[in-house]
Design a protein around this ligand. Structure first.
Ligand code: MN
Length: 702
């Protein structure tokens, strides 16, 4: 029964496509078998109704298949994979797009949120067909809302009024917009709707005579002038009457006693011709004429609007437009499919939408501000933004590609500076994860945390970038200056001078000689390796005299491991307190600490100019990362035993990687541990050697 109904509507498709749509119907019917709507109808009646609505716009076969299948992935055991295999990837993507929209609910009460929410839906859709399917779905659900519980009716009606009706309006789907708008009104304000509907019905009888008289007069005049035209009377939809009464504080009769007429002609010159004829027939009301042909509305709508003094002084609102303009006015974005049905070249949705935009652009180009107009439409359909929810349900707009770090800085600089982790849709995710439309994002902060230079690799907002840079620069130069002071003092002592012996006057002189503003700047330069400590020390002492050239052993600098960015422990050898160490100044990065035997610095070791003597502060109060490698017998539970052994010695496991050795009798495990110092590490390794399965154990330095 449903199939025959559907077949009637899709006769515009090619036979192959009709067969595909019928196959989708059969698939959907068996998937939904045994399911019923609240009304008692078999569930399949709903997807069929949605497909029929889309067929009215002559949408392509893919869109119709997707309409028939739009609830199968969400509500039946059928999977996206199956849809993709049987009907192609494009159809599966459309179904997936509609399901995604279904999953997100508009919950917030705030009005300002509605606009962002609409944009989010449009952004999620990507393909305009997804929105068209969703609108048809919503329209059918609204038409059958009676069978829903009262509470649910109100929620759906409110969502329709605030979200879906305006989207339909925005896309120029006028008849869908009016129906959604009226149905929402009916369920949100049942009493007002009933009273108004009754008043309209009563008034309609009185109108008939006048409407017929005016129609006859207009048709006659146009014929005399040789303008070929179709003329109709039209009625306002209920919610628009209601809104007018509310907005302008008018009574029902003040709103309703305005009569509407529509004149449809064959081309643009005929529009203006008809306008002249009408202005000759009835006097126009000054200030009411609007030329939406020269300056179309944002959604592409075009017409001439004028209001006339009719018989007995009754106001008559007249719209004059061409047939093409009428199609766009009624079906908006969908009108493109109406025009081009059966066009073999145009079956790609993006391309079609683009063509639609292009056709609007051509209409528009006569009016001048074409580019601005196109940008306007494009932003709505394919925005460069993503929309995400905060835990409190607020919607935030961010540029496409934005991460949690961008969001954190967008909320507040302090949140950005202190963020350590993020939950996306209640699951922990890396901070670098790209946010998607509709994600619920919760930033986790810690009071001691600060920005990580690695964030600069993936943040996309200027705000986040600027704040991270600013923080790093300030922190970096403070830390570098502290290190620089130590390095300078070390050099001064080597030259047998106490740092306190250098007076301020000498410093001032040095600053002037070097054309820098502050002592801190010089010290930071030393810390960052941009100036050599010995050179600065000699300049401070020598006052221009020739300087010592012989090399003196310098005292060493103490390292606590908590200096921050100016002093870094090398990742290759991971030095820990107790290890013999040396420092290498890396220009721009500061001092890097390696172990004496680190292979990475083998070539520097012989050249004392290249490195700085450093030693551990005896009071380091910090845990240090270190890598150890174990070879173990490949047996069940060995990892647990090793982990327990490590915990027994109070060391933390930061990371573990495993690889199987040849023949898989043995496996090797590389642990990154946190220990206090060398003694602590030694205790850990001693403990692990007691485990029988452990064959070999060694510290790893690369
Ligand atoms: Mn549905």
């Amino acid at each position: 029964m449903h199939l025959a109904e559907l077949a009637e509507h899709i006769s515009y498709l090619k036979p192959d496509d009709v067969a595909l749509v019928e196959k989708a119907y059969q698939f959907s019917k068996s998937a939904h078998a045994g399911q019923f709507r609240k009304s008692g109808d078999p569930y399949i009646s709903h997807p069929v109704a949605v497909a029929k609505l889309l067929a009215k716009w002559h949408l392509d076969a893919q869109a119709l298949m997707a309409a028939l299948l739009h609830d199968v992935v969400e509500d039946t055991p059928a999977t996206k994979q199956q849809v993709s295999e049987q009907f192609g990837k494009a159809v599966a993507e459309l179904v997936d797009g509609v399901s995604k929209l279904d999953r997100i609910e508009f919950q917030t009460e705030a009005h300002a949120q509605a606009e962002k929410f609409r944009k989010m839906l449009l952004a999620m859709a990507r393909d305009v067909r997804v929105i068209l399917i969703k609108l048809a779905d919503r329209l059918h659900n609204m038409r059958t809302l009676d069978s829903m519980a009262a509470e649910k009716r109100k929620r759906i009606a409110k969502e329709t009024l605030e979200i879906y009706a305006p989207i339909a309006n925005r896309l120029g789907l006028n008849s869908v917009y009016q129906e959604l708008d009226d149905l929402s009104f009916r369920y949100l304000f049942p009493t007002r709707y009933r009273v108004l509907a009754k008043a309209v019905k009563a008034a309609r009888g009185n109108r008939r005579a006048l409407v017929e008289k005016v129609l006859e007069a207009i048709q006659g005049k146009l014929q005399d002038a040789g303008v070929e035209a179709g003329v109709t009377g039209r009625e306002k939809h209920l919610n628009s009457i209601y809104k007018k009464m509310q907005g302008k504080s008018l009574t029902f009769s003040e709103v309703y006693d305005i009569y509407g007429f529509r004149v449809i002609v064959k081309d643009v010159p005929a529009c203006y011709l008809a306008l002249g004829v009408l202005h000759g027939l009835y006097k126009p009301i000054p200030g009411k004429f609007k030329d939406y042909i020269a300056i179309p509305k944002g959604n592409g709508y075009q017409s001439l609007h004028t209001t006339l003094f009719g018989p007995y002084g009754t106001p008559l609102e007249v719209q004059i437009r061409t047939q093409d303009m009428h199609k766009i006015a009624e079906a908006g974005v969908a009108s493109h499919w109406l025009y081009k049905a059966g066009d073999e070249l145009a079956n790609d949705a993006q391309q079609k939408t683009h063509q639609w935009l292009q056709s609007l652009l051509e209409i528009q180009s006569e009016s001048g501000d074409a580019i601005e107009f196109l940008e306007h439409i494009k932003i709505d359909l394919f925005p460069d933004e993503v929309y995400v929810f905060t835990p409190k349900g607020k919607i935030m707009a961010l540029p496409r590609g934005a991460t949690a770090v961008d969001l954190a800085y967008n909320v507040h600089t302090d949140i950005g500076n202190r963020c350590v982790a993020v939950k996306i849709n209640d699951e922990l995710a890396p901070l670098r994860m790209e946010l998607r439309n509709g994600d619920r994002v919760e930033i986790i902060t810690a009071p001691q945390a600060h920005p990580n230079p690695a964030w600069l690799n993936y943040v996309v907002t200027g705000k986040a970038r600027a704040h991270i840079r600013h923080y790093l620069k300030t922190m970096h130069s403070e830390e570098a200056a502290a290190l620089g002071e130590q390095l300078l003092n070390q050099a001064l002592r080597a030259l047998k001078t106490e740092p306190s012996a250098i007076d301020e006057a000498r410093w001032t002189e040095l600053l002037r000689e070097n054309n820098v503003k502050s002592k801190a700047e010089i010290l930071a330069d030393i810390g960052l390796g941009k100036r050599l400590n010995l050179v600065v020390a000699r300049r401070l002492l020598a006052s221009g005299e020739s300087v010592l050239t012989e090399k003196k052993p310098l005292g060493s600098i103490t390292i606590r491991g908590t200096e921050g960015l100016a002093v870094q422990l090398a990742q290759c050898c991971r030095p820990i307190p107790g290890d013999p160490i040396l420092g290498v100044i890396n220009k721009g990065k500061g001092l890097i600490i390696h172990t004496h035997d680190c292979p990475a610095i083998a070539q520097f070791r012989a050249d004392p100019d290249k490195w700085v003597d450093v030693e551990w502060d005896p009071e380091t109060k910090k845990l240090f990362d270190v890598n150890i490698k174990l070879v173990v017998a490949n047996q069940r539970g060995v990892l647990a035993k090793v982990a327990a052994g490590i915990a027994d010695e109070n060391a933390n496991i930061e990371n573990v990687a495993m690889e199987e050795e040849d023949g898989s009798a043995y496996a090797s495990m590389i642990f990154t541990l946190q220990v206090e110092d060398r003694d602590h590490l030694a205790r850990v390794m001693r403990g692990l050697r007691q485990i029988p399965a452990v064959v070999r154990i060694a510290r790893v330095k690369r």
